[in-house]
Design a protein around this ligand. Structure first.
Ligand code: GTP
Length: 593
């Protein structure tokens, strides 16, 4: 293949904006599928679970032939738990298709993925998809996209992005908003015209960066990536430059290119080609495959650290074997370690018990997907509650924090703020779109998100959208978030600010005090009943406010601001009935008061 006729692009979007449907259409229309071949719906998501949930979990390579061109399309996972993978894919391509829903417009994940593309100096083509939707608002969405580019400090070249209006569902596209063409030709042409072709050197020593992994029972681990320099040949001996600087030797047993959704064996490929390689055992993400005569490594990139872990256990209960097949610890071990072959964001650790393994990943969804996959394969297992991975950084305990974005109907604002408040989220930004929709941004301890999705959907009656990305490691808040805890509401004379004293039931003895939000109408003190009950009791006792009596399932709404005096605050904090006092809590209290 002539380099001039190759295009490498990634497709990026917020979840559900239509990436998979779009690539399916591009494939169908490229004439690749002959009449006899069965065209399944949603061809891109090969994994059952992905199909059922409608989310793309693992990035996939597709290659489309259009005229004399070979267009390699790398699908990116849309969910925030898999952001690291998106980042790596950006290094494989020369441009991106940014798919934006013509009604929903720019969503948090749109911003996250676009930022990654722009940081890698990639040329974006904006596809305003779902133009067929009756409430499509393409012009406004384009404005949002421009604002987003500016906010992300796009360069002048990046700002001159081409726009294609499309309906992936109907298989149509057009360069203008008003009328759709009969097919998607304009999109193929835009890709060919605007995305640069690879220009890396062919006559140079080989370099190939392992960017994605796949696994196949027959050939083992498969490394996928881009030939950055030189030529790669089947059968060739290579040097493998490891992330820690070490070098090992290997041989390219099998070399594959992409055609449609398939991998096809090829004898050689050149700089700028996307290929898959089999035959190098233990090959890993971030390693460079190089010419043994010139073993030069490409820059090493960071791999997302796992933030959440669970224990996976062999089901030894008397009921074992009822739901699925009973498995041995050896089988469980094998299955978990096999998962490591393709998923770099996952960690598996053995424990003292041969029946138990600690499995760590990027978030709840990441781990749940694995569990569901295993259940489907017939594995019967028990899992523990997820917990965050705590690190010691500069002698201090730190835990992971996430950047959280929520889009919610205005009427659920109060309830969502309260629920996040009790989970220690700190608001960073709030935009009221003025159309009944509010967008909020928070920084929240990762533990606060455990199990939150369901509560969030209930609070927003299913209309809320929730997204998060890893932010940083921050102060350890311990068990005081989310779970069961007792609390006392305290305010000082300095007006209507509050201190929210919380002590976890699981973690008796540590007490956590933190300046909270202002108390105003509608603010709920903790989403948990115990908290509410205690606050209600105090308030009733002191006749501090005219509040609604809370029953077990009801959260309490304060009708008027509550202002405790300093003495009252201390009294409650010292009241053994509500809190246990420890040296740490006294120290904290002194600091605050
Ligand atoms: P993830 O893989 O989860 O990131 O989603 P995705 O971006 O691949 O979206 P997908 O292609 O699964 O589409 C999401 C939903 O939108 C599906 O129900 C599609 O049928 C629908 N959809 C996709 N394109 C269009 C379109 O052009 N018009 C309309 N009306 N619906 C569309």
């Amino acid at each position: 293949q002539q380099r001039e006729n190759i295009r490498n692009i990634a497709i990026i979007a917020h979840v559900d904006h239509g990436k998979t449907t779009l690539v399916d259409q591009l494939l169908k229309q490229s004439g690749l599928f002959q009449q006899h071949e069965v065209v399944q719906d949603r061809m891109m998501d090969s994994n059952d679970l992905e199909r059922e949930r409608g989310i793309t979990i693992l990035a996939k390579n597709t290659a489309i032939t259009y005229k004399d061109y070979l267009i390699n399309i790398v699908d990116t996972p849309g969910h925030a738990d898999f952001g690291g993978e998106v980042e790596r894919i950006m290094k494989m391509v020369d441009g991106v298709l940014l798919v934006v829903d013509a009604f929903e417009g720019c969503m948090p994940q749109t911003k996250v993925v676009l930022r990654k593309a722009l940081e890698h100096q990639l040329i974006p083509i904006v596809v305003i998809n779902k133009i067929d939707r009756p409430n499509a608002r393409a012009a406004e969405v384009i404005d949002e996209v421009i604002d987003l580019f500016i906010e992300l400090e796009a360069t002048d070249t990046q700002l001159e992005f081409p726009v294609v209006y499309a309906s992936a569902l109907m298989g149509t596209a057009s360069a203008t908003e008003d009328k759709q063409d009969e097919n998607m030709l304009v999109l193929y042409d835009t890709i060919v015209e605007h995305i640069p072709y690879p220009t890396e050197q062919l006559d140079a020593p080989l370099q190939f960066l392992v960017t994605l992994l796949d696994y196949n029972e027959y050939v083992g681990r498969i490394a996928i990536g881009r030939v950055n320099r030189g030529i790669i040949r089947q059968g060739q001996s290579v040097a493998v430059m490891m992330r820690d600087g070490g070098i090992k030797s290997g041989r390219i047993e099998k070399l594959y290119g992409f055609q449609g959704l398939k991998r096809i064996e090829i004898s050689e490929a050149g700089a700028g080609d996307l290929v898959a390689i089999a035959g190098i055992r233990e090959i890993n993400i971030g390693e460079t495959i190089a010419d043994p005569a010139h073993p030069e490594a490409l820059p090493v990139f960071a791999i997302d650290e796992p933030t959440l872990q669970m224990t996976f256990l062999v089901n030894n209960s008397p009921f074992a074997g009822r739901e699925g097949k009973w498995i041995t610890s050896r089988k469980l071990r094998e299955r978990l370690f096999k998962e490591l072959e393709t998923d770099v964001a996952l960690r598996v650790e053995e424990t003292e018990s041969p029946d138990a393994f600690i499995v760590a990943g990027r978030g709840e969804l990441h781990l749940t997907v694995l569990i569901e996959n295993m259940r489907r394969e017939g594995y019967e297992l028990q899992v523990s509650k997820p917990e965050v991975i705590v690190k010691v950084i500069e002698g201090k305990k730190q835990e992971p924090y996430e950047r959280l974005f929520v889009d919610i109907p205005e009427e659920s604002l109060g309830a969502v703020m309260e629920s996040l408040g009790s989970r220690k989220a700190e608001m960073i930004n709030m935009i009221n779109h003025g159309n009944g929709q509010v967008r909020l941004e928070f920084r929240i301890p990762a533990r606060g998100l455990i199990g939150y999705r369901t509560a969030f959907l209930t609070l927003t009656r299913g209309y809320g959208i929730l997204n998060h990305v890893f932010d940083s490691y921050g102060p350890f808040v311990g068990q005081t978030v989310g779970g069961r805890h007792e609390g006392v509401l305290v305010a000082t004379e300095k007006g209507v600010s509050s201190f929210y004293g919380m002590m976890s039931v699981e973690d008796r003895g540590t007490m956590f005090l933190e300046p909270g939000t202002e108390i105003y109408e509608g603010m709920i003190v903790g989403e948990h009943n115990r908290d509410s009950d205690i606050v209600v009791n105090i308030c009733k006792e002191k006749q501090l406010t005219n509040m609604r009596a809370a029953n077990k399932d009801e959260t309490v709404k304060l009708k008027t601001p509550i202002v405790f005096s300093l003495e009252q605050a201390l009294e409650y904090l010292n009241n053994d009935e509500y809190c246990e006092i420890t040296p740490e809590s006294i120290r904290l209290r002194k600091k605050i008061l």
